[in-house]
Ligand binder design. Structure first.
Ligand code: TNX
Length: 499
C-alpha cells in the first residue's frame, strides 16, 4: 500500500492501473458552485508541484487527463457513522465525497462545496513528487466523517497567536478534515479580541502575556478575515470568553468588576483558579450581556463558548448564577452554548455542548446533564491536550495530566472514554493546546504535529476502521507535507519516519 491518507477514509481502494500525471498542461474543471474548492486545489497544487493550473468553469464533454470537481445531489453516503451529532454543524452527508483517479483523469463528486473541500484535502495528500514530476496514484475513495465535531482549541490568551499563525493552523485543520477552530480568547493574562462596547478590555489588557512576553489582540477586521479564511476551508470558528473564572484580564481593565473598585494587577504567571467575577456587583451582569452580545454579532458560526472551568473561589450558587447569566446572554443572541465540563453542574438546557477535559472529576453531573439533553464534546487531557509533553524529555509543555505521545492521542474512542455517558450524546472530539509554555509558531506546530493528525483520525474515522499500526505506517510519510509548508514537527520515537 503506497497511499497514506490521514484520517483514513471510510473506503479506499488502490487500483492496479498507472497513475495520473500532473503537468503544466493539466486542466482543472468545475461548475460554478465548485469554484472555491477548485481554486483551493489550484493553490495547494501550485505550492506543492510548482504547476499553476487555471480553473475552468462549465466545460462540457470528456477532457482526457483533467481534474474535475462536480456536484452530485444524489451522492450516496458511506454506511456507518451512527455517532451523535452537534446541531449547527454540517450533517454527515454534506461532508461526504467520492473520488476516482486513473491515468485518464480525476473526478471528485460531493453534494456541495463542503464535501468538495474535504475531497480536495484527500487529493493534496495523494500527490506524489519524484524527480520525474508530480502524479496521483490510481485510487477510488468514498468517504464521510464518523463524528460531526472535530475540533482544535487554541489558547491565544496565555501567549498571543495572531492572524498569520492562525491561518497556518487553519491550513492544517483543513488538511486533516477538522471542522472547528475553538479560540480561547480571554484569560487571566490577556484579553485578545476588541469588542465595540468595551474598548477598555483590549486597551488595558492585551499588551501582556505569560513571562512578560509580548501580547496582542484581534481587531474586528482581523477577526472577520480569520473567520472567512476558516470558512473557505470548511472550518467553523467557535470563540470562547472564559467566565466566571480566568478573568483577571477583565478585572485589570474594568475596576467596577472588582469588589472595592480597584483594578487588579496585570498577571504574567501560570497559576489558575484565583480570579472571579462577583455576582453581587451591579457591573457584572452588564459586562456579561455586552461581551457575549458583541461576540455574537462578530461571529457567523452557530456556537459561543462561555468557559466555566476551574472556578475555585466561589460557592456553587454564585457559580451557577454567573454561568446562567452568560448562557442567557448567549441564548438571547440566538447562538448555541458550549461550556467546559464544570458547567454540567448548572443543569444545562437541552442542546448545550459540555466539553469534557478532566477525567478525574466526578462524571455524575455529566451523566445527569446528558440525561437532560446536553451534548458532550470529548477533550480528555490525557488524550487530547497537545500542550502536555510527549515524554519526560520534551522541552516544552506541561505534565499535570501525564504525557501524551502519538499512541495516547490515537488509541481511544470518544464514545466510550466515559462509559457512564451514553454514546449517542457524544458529538465528537476536540484537541486543545494551551500556551503557557508555547511562545512561537514553531513551538505551537511542534506540539501539534504529529499528534493533531492522530486526533483528526479519532474524529473522522469510525473506531472499528482504526488501528494504530496502520495509522503509524501512513503517518510516517506526512513530514513531507508539513515540511513543504515550513512547519516544525516532533519526531516521536513511536513512528518509523520515512525520508
Ligand atoms: C487546564 S482546560 C485548564 C487551563 C490550562 C490547561 C493546561 C481547562 C478547562 N482549564 O486553564 O491552561 O489545563 O493544560
Amino acid at each position: 500500500m503506497t497511499v497514506h491518507v490521514v484520517p483514513a477514509p471510510a473506503a479506499l481502494v488502490e487500483l492496479a492501473g498507472p497513475p495520473l500525471l500532473l503537468g503544466a498542461g493539466t486542466r482543472l474543471l468545475t461548475c460554478e458552485a465548485g469554484l472555491p474548492a477548485a481554486t483551493l486545489l489550484a493553490e495547494v497544487l501550485a505550492r506543492a508541484t510548482g504547476h499553476a493550473l487555471e480553473v475552468e468553469v462549465e466545460v462540457a464533454g470528456p477532457v482526457p487527463g483533467a481534474l474535475r470537481l462536480e456536484l452530485d445531489d444524489d451522492l450516496p453516503v458511506p454506511v456507518g457513522g451512527a455517532a451523535g451529532h452537534a446541531p449547527g454543524l454540517a450533517p454527515r452527508a454534506e461532508e461526504a465525497y467520492r473520488l476516482a483517479v486513473a491515468a485518464d483523469g480525476l473526478v471528485l463528486h460531493a453534494r456541495g462545496l463542503l464535501g468538495l473541500l474535504r475531497g480536495v484535502a484527500t487529493v493534496r495528500q495523494l500527490v506524489e513528487l519524484t524527480g520525474a514530476g508530480a502524479w496521483i496514484p490510481a485510487v477510488q475513495v468514498h468517504d464521510a466523517p464518523h463524528h460531526g465535531w472535530r475540533g482544535l482549541s487554541v489558547d491565544v490568551a496565555r501567549h498571543f497567536f495572531g492572524p498569520a499563525d492562525l491561518e497556518a493552523v487553519v491550513d492544517l485543520l483543513w488538511l486533516y478534515k477538522l471542522d472547528v477552530l475553538h479560540l480561547h480568547l480571554t484569560d487571566d493574562q490577556g484579553w485578545r479580541i476588541d469588542l465595540p462596547s468595551r474598548p477598555e478590555l483590549v486597551a488595558r489588557s492585551s499588551a501582556g502575556a505569560v513571562d512578560g512576553d509580548p501580547g496582542g489582540a484581534f481587531d474586528a477586521t482581523q477577526w472577520a478575515a480569520l473567520v472567512d479564511y476558516a470558512a473557505a476551508r470548511g472550518v467553523v470558528v467557535v470563540p470562547e470568553i472564559d467566565v466566571p473564572g480566568h478573568v483577571n484580564a477583565a478585572l485589570h481593565a474594568c475596576g467596577d468588576l472588582v469588589p472595592g473598585g480597584e483594578p487588579t494587577a496585570q498577571y504574567e504567571g501560570i497559576d489558575v483558579g484565583f480570579s472571579q467575577l462577583t455576582a453581587g456587583l451591579p457591573a457584572t451582569s452588564a459586562f456579561l450581556g455586552e461581551v457575549f452580545t458583541d461576540l455574537a454579532a462578530m461571529t457567523p458560526g452557530p456556537y459561543l463558548h462561555v468557559g466555566g472551568d476551574e472556578v475555585l473561589t466561589m460557592a456553587h450558587e454564585e457559580y451557577a448564577d454567573l454561568v446562567g447569566q452568560a448562557v442567557e446572554a448567549v441564548r438571547d443572541t440566538g447562538k448555541l452554548v458550549v461550556g467546559w465540563q464544570e458547567a454540567a453542574t448548572t443543569a444545562p438546557a437541552p442542546g448545550t455542548v459540555v466539553q469534557v477535559w478532566d477525567l478525574r472529576q466526578d462524571p455524575a453531573p455529566l451523566v445527569a446533564a446528558a440525561d437532560g439533553g446536553a451534548l458532550v464534546l470529548m477533550s480528555p487531557a490525557t488524550r487530547a491536550y497537545l500542550d502536555l509533553k510527549y515524554d519526560a524529555t520534551t522541552p516544552l509543555g506541561l505534565e499535570w495530566a501525564g504525557h501524551v505521545d502519538v499512541r495516547d492521542a490515537y488509541d481511544w474512542d470518544p464514545a466510550t472514554v466515559l462509559p457512564a455517558v451514553p454514546a449517542t450524546s457524544v458529538v465528537g472530539v476536540e484537541a486543545a493546546v494551551f500556551t503557557e509554555t508555547l511562545r512561537t509558531r514553531d513551538d505551537l506546530m511542534w506540539m501539534l504535529l504529529p499528534r493533531l493528525a492522530a486526533l483528526a483520525e479519532v474524529g473522522w474515522t469510525a473506531p472499528q476502521a482504526r488501528a494504530f499500526d496502520d495509522f503509524r505506517r501512513r503517518l510516517a510519510r506526512h513530514p513531507a507535507l508539513w515540511e513543504a509548508d515550513g512547519l516544525r514537527w516532533h519526531p516521536s520515537a513511536q513512528i518509523d519516519w520515512v525520508g
